[in-house]
Design a binder for this molecule. Structure first.
Ligand code: SF4
Length: 491
């Protein structure tokens, strides 16, 4: 594939919010790049468009490789892995970050590298810098020459302008100028560095492997390399890891009340990861239970929309006593590399990915549990397939509140007017989807399911839930400058 092209976008899976990046770093192990490749492979659900790895070796210095496509297709060949030697490595998988959506160039693929007077540094980040446009304008006016359209490059330029003595201090300086939601893995010749933004919107965890250390977006990627989960990096924390001093913790930002992304619990994170001390799978099952308590309905079967609706559907079934069944089967091999779709094949749409288990569905009143409704296009097609298969009734139950606002914190969301819930009431959505009933879990119910027994505290919400509530914990400055209208604050 030419280096300047992105692979064909998956044509049948565009009706979900997408996490845009996964990050991973390892220090103190032989052939760190192999561990990073495995870690990125476990984080592939957070970004399938491209990936990159940077390593440092005491004799061979910094090396990097950045490629379009899946980790397994790029970072397994000895040809590439032999070019990435050393005991220190970081990596990144991306969907498409701010700035170049739909036209990714290889120069936008992270990690980014900067050469400073005190040595080089590489940096990869998950999230979004909400004042990146303003920072970029300012930096260009002051002489910086940008090489990519990625907002992450601002951090490298801000570090270059800092007067601090060493790279971690320069990074602290740079990050104090940055607004938004970000988790970072970075490295110098000798240090592995991890940072979470002051609100801790995006995840980052610390693991231990032998004498070495690991940083990862999720714990599932620690498991794949046999690394022990130590703890989550705290909101606003910077860890600097060296062989001599181990993990040193700094808190460079003004302390704020955390606002972790509640959607990580609903959809983005893998169900086998641990978030907030609890398995994501268990949380999703609890969401299903809450959904059943809030929105009961008489029916014969509870079926998940696979795969992401599965744990919530199991929870709904357990709570309601209605039998769980695999009424829809997913073709596991329907990957991005499938085909360049013709119009005829494109029209088959969701049928290429999902098939109804007809024998099970015929004559039944079916509850379909899905994690979210974004545009509603897939939900409509699934409903048609279920009715074609002879279902008597179709009831949608959704494991998140209506998604009515875009995310500006590193998650790909359609423009607000394309979100079904932004323009329609629940009853209008039900009628648009053509189902017998449609119900969403409430925001309070979701908070209870993730472990907040008292529900959402409206004065100081415990999570970021902006895509449901329209209450943005970090002002989306660049988007406001482009005319985005935020919800008026309640009196
Ligand atoms: S707006 Fe939604 S998806 Fe984005 S960080 Fe907040 S909760 Fe997560």
């Amino acid at each position: 594939m030419p280096m300047t092209q992105m692979p064909p976008a998956h044509p049948f899976d565009d009706d979900k919010l997408r996490e845009e990046c996964g990050i991973f770093g390892v220090s103190g192990v032989k052939d760190a790049s192999s561990f990073v490749a495995l870690g990125l492979h476990a984080l592939q659900h957070r970004g399938q468009e491209a990936g990159g790895i940077v390593t440092h070796d005491p004799t061979q210095g910094f090396n990097s490789a950045r490629r379009f496509g899946y980790v397994r297709d790029n970072f397994t060949s000895t040809d590439i892995m032999e070019t990435l030697p050393g005991p220190l490595a970081i990596g990144h998988v991306r969907y498409s970050t701010a700035g170049s959506k739909g036209q990714t160039a290889i120069r936008d693929v992270q990690p980014f590298f900067g050469e400073f007077s005190m040595g080089g540094a590489a940096i990869a980040h998950n999230g979004n810098i909400t004042n990146a446009d303003a920072l970029r304008r300012e930096l260009i006016e002051r002489g910086s020459i940008f090489q990519s359209s990625s907002d992450s490059e601002c951090i490298i330029h801000l570090m270059a302008r800092s007067l601090q003595r060493n790279i971690p201090e320069r990074m602290e300086d740079a990050l104090r100028r940055v607004e938004g939601a970000f988790s970072i893995v970075a490295m110098t010749r000798t240090k592995l560095i991890g940072v979470r933004d002051p609100l801790g919107v995006r995840p980052l965890v610390l693991g231990k492997i032998g004498d070495g250390w690991v940083l990862s977006s999720e714990t599932c990627a620690l498991d794949i390399i046999g690394s022990e989960f130590i703890r989550e990096i705290e909101p606003g924390e910077m860890v600097v890891i060296t062989p001599e001093h181990g993990v040193q913790s700094h808190f460079p930002f003004r302390k704020q009340k955390p606002r972790f992304c509640i959607f990580e619990h609903v959809y983005f994170s893998r169900p086998d990861s641990i978030l907030g001390g609890r398995s994501v799978y268990e949380t999703r099952e609890s969401i299903g239970r809450e959904l059943a308590k809030e929105n009961p309905v008489d029916a014969d079967l509870v079926c998940p929309v696979p795969d992401s609706g599965t744990p919530a559907a199991i929870g709904y079934s357990l709570e309601s006593g209605i039998p769980y069944a695999m009424g829809i089967i997913r073709n596991q091999y329907m990957g991005r590399t499938f085909i360049e779709p013709t119009e005829q094949i494109r029209n088959m749409g969701v049928r290429l990915k999902l098939n109804v288990n007809r024998a099970l569905i015929r004559g039944k009143r079916v509850i379909l549990v899905d994690d979210s409704v974004v545009r509603g296009t897939t939900s409509r097609k699934i409903k048609e397939m279920i009715l074609d298969a002879g279902a008597k009734e179709v009831h949608f139950r959704i494991a998140s509140p209506p998604t009515a606002w875009p995310c500006f914190y590193g998650v790909d969301t359609p423009q607000r007017e394309k979100l079904l819930a932004a323009t329609m009431s629940e009853e209008e959505m039900r009628s648009h989807l053509g189902v017998d009933s449609l119900k969403f879990i409430t925001l309070d119910g979701l908070y209870r399911a993730v472990g907040e027994a008292g529900g959402r505290n409206p004065a100081t919400p415990q999570y970021c839930d902006a895509c449901f509530s329209g209450e943005y914990p970090v002002k989306p400055s660049d988007m406001l400058a482009k005319g985005f209208e935020m919800k008026e604050a309640a009196e």
